[in-house]
Design a protein around this ligand. Structure first.
Ligand code: MG
Length: 166
């Protein structure tokens, strides 16, 4: 018997010159990066929202407001660890995670395995439960013009041996 919860998250960050580009906890070699209060890891932000959504606990802005100086420049993996603590404290673990990153450049394929293992380490699950996919938008829209990066994340949480659940 298992109890499942599904969640989805979405985030966008603008791209500007001279900023670091972090995605899924991995620094992407690029002369451009994401405009943000934190380290701008738009993929981890979408994943945090998926996990929080599955638990019905609001969103990342509620828990880690960008008006709070404590989160200025913060490594988003720290935020993800805190969200995962909320998952665990409610008796759930990761069933699987699937992330889609829309970015015109650079190409992310060489970094995907590192992104998956980095997220698996933070979430405390096997790499096989983590999927990271990347696409361009064929130069269409704000992503295609290189103005921003868009990420969608979905997750399934599972609670094993649950006989009663609200
Ligand atoms: Mg964000």
């Amino acid at each position: 018997m298992a109890d499942f919860k599904i969640g989805q998250g979405y985030d966008v960050h603008a791209i500007a010159d001279g900023l670091p580009m972090w995605l899924c906890g991995v620094q992407v070699p690029s002369e451009k990066g994401f405009v943000a209060h934190s380290d701008g890891d738009v993929a981890i932000h979408a994943l945090c929202d998926a996990l929080l959504g599955a638990l019905g606990l609001g969103d990342i802005g509620l828990h880690f407001p960008d008006s709070d100086e404590a989160f200025a420049g913060i490594d988003s993996k720290i935020l993800l660890r805190r969200v995962m603590d909320m998952v665990r404290s409610r008796g759930y673990r990761i069933g699987n995670v699937d992330i889609t990153i829309a970015l015109q450049s650079p190409k992310l394929r060489p970094l995907i395995d590192n992104m998956r293992s980095t997220l698996a380490e933070v979430l405390g699950c096997s790499v096989g439960r983590i999927s990271v996919k990347a696409t361009t938008t064929e130069r269409l829209g704000f992503v295609g013009r290189g103005e921003g990066c868009e990420v969608w994340a979905v997750c399934l949480l599972e609670k094993k041996f649950c006989y009663f659940s609200k």
